[in-house]
Design a protein around this ligand. Structure first.
Ligand SMILES: CC(C)(COP(=O)(O)OP(=O)(O)OC[C@H]1O[C@@H](n2cnc3c(N)ncnc32)[C@H](O)[C@@H]1OP(=O)(O)O)[C@@H](O)C(=O)NCCC(=O)NCCS
Length: 161
């Protein structure tokens, strides 16, 4: 009997789960990608929560090692996927890295029988808003002053899986 084969990826990146030894590489992107980056401790703690997953997108270097390009951090709670963080290293943007990691994130949620995905995004974050819209996320509300440091609102987005 022929076993079902996984769908081939439509991108050249290698996607895998973060391990504790990836912490330094993840933090180096975290620090340059966000105005208020998560602390090392916070990211380390995510690895210990069974509801939390960090997916990495990598590619091989000419020297034969792997280079981290981007990541997503998300929670799977009951039938809901909550996306907390998606980031790509600045020098690897516009190559489809976030699209690949978000696609893998949504696949993982569907495998867990999640029915809805939610996230918050800064009102001014055009790149992220476009990214999420391109997957079908729709804005369903605003959390005023959600990013307290800058007094910026969050747009709440939802996608039916
Ligand atoms: C948002 C972010 C993750 C996009 O990463 P990326 O790997 O460059 O994105 P991709 O190449 O996969 O682009 C996918 C889609 O996102 C949108 N997008 C990405 N960058 C964009 C930009 N600068 N302006 C407008 N739309 C953009 C487009 O719709 C794009 O599709 P297209 O290439 O067909 O036009 C990246 O800019 C980033 O890390 N920003 C800082 C962290 C952040 O704000 N994260 C999101 C909130 S948690």
């Amino acid at each position: 009997m022929r076993l079902p084969q996984p769908e081939p990826a439509l991108h050249p990146f290698h996607i895998r789960r973060m391990q504790p030894e990836d912490l330094a590489a993840v933090m180096s992107i975290q620090r340059v990608a966000f105005r208020n980056p998560w602390s090392t401790e916070l990211v380390r703690r995510e690895l210990t929560h069974e509801w939390s997953t960090i997916l990495l997108a990598e590619e091989p270097t000419p020297e034969g090692s792997m280079r981290l390009l981007g990541f997503s951090i998300f929670w799977l709670v009951q039938d809901e996927l909550h996306i907390l963080n998606v980031a790509t290293a600045p020098e690897h943007r516009h190559r489809g890295v976030a699209r690949a990691v978000l696609s893998a994130t949504l696949d993982e949620a569907r495998d867990h029988r999640c029915t809805v995905a939610t996230l918050e995004v800064r009102r001014s974050n055009e790149a992220a808003l476009n990214l999420y819209r391109s997957f079908g996320f729709r804005a369903v509300g605003i959390r005023p002053n959600y990013y307290v440091e800058e007094g910026e609102d969050a747009i709440v987005m939802v996608l039916d899986l």
